[in-house]
Design a protein around this ligand. Sequence first.
Ligand SMILES: C[S@@+](CC[C@H](N)C(=O)[O-])C[C@H]1O[C@@H](n2cnc3c(N)ncnc32)[C@H](O)[C@@H]1O
Length: 243
Amino acid sequence: MQRGSLIVASAGIGIGQCTVEARSAIEDADIVLSVMGDPFLQQWVAALNPKTRSLQSHYGSQPNRRAAYSAMVDEILVHVRAGLNVCAVFYGHAGVYVTPSHEAIAQARAEGFDAIMLPGVSADACLVADLGVDPGAHGFQSYEAHAFFRRRPRFDTSAALVLWQLAVLGDDAFTRLEPDYEAVAALATLLCEHYPVDHRVAIYAASTLPVLTASVQQTELALLATARIDQSSTLYVPALALG
Ligand SMILES: C[S@@+](CC[C@H](N)C(=O)[O-])C[C@H]1O[C@@H](n2cnc3c(N)ncnc32)[C@H](O)[C@@H]1O
């Protein structure tokens, strides 16, 4: 029996952003297990390899997101142990704010299988392009919004701040799918302790299709909770100008 292996591949945020090496990994795999944010991206992956199965259903069948991630890792490992060359493909960069990709690789390696990750285009790479900001200009801090609010890490207002996963801010139970605007207002209050209330911030969502444009909602920080927020929303807080 052939020895199983695992390639964790990145599909990019939008159609057309998958790298040549990730595309080959998808096409050549014995089985592809996918987690795509966008149905068109899911269809595109399935067209590359008909042996594609979505792992998305675990979100619905498990009590919370942590349990869903664990079920995804279990399913990936079942096929690796069965001797298949498995490609697990995640949207964006598979290693950026993704728990099951890292856990699957760690588990596969712990069991003696070859396991690698192929990098890709993440949401912050799109943000840099669409907002025209250079992380090298002032520095670039990146946090998961809920963890940022709960842990209150020391951060630097003279560098840009990127907060991911606004839609699950305030969700201690890892179950919610809809944004909690009271939690967003509480985050705004916290940030207003460090920035002027009228500091201009952007709620950013990259386009996933070439026919669409990115969504960039500019607002004053104090009005953050009046913005429209969904699963794609990433908050960009520009650096404060140094006196
Ligand atoms: C679980 S993380 C996955 C990130 C993904 N692996 C990546 O490389 O961008 C989900 C978060 O990524 C960000 N995100 C996902 N899709 C996005 C998009 N189209 N535009 C902007 N941010 C996005 C949002 O902050 C969202 O809450």
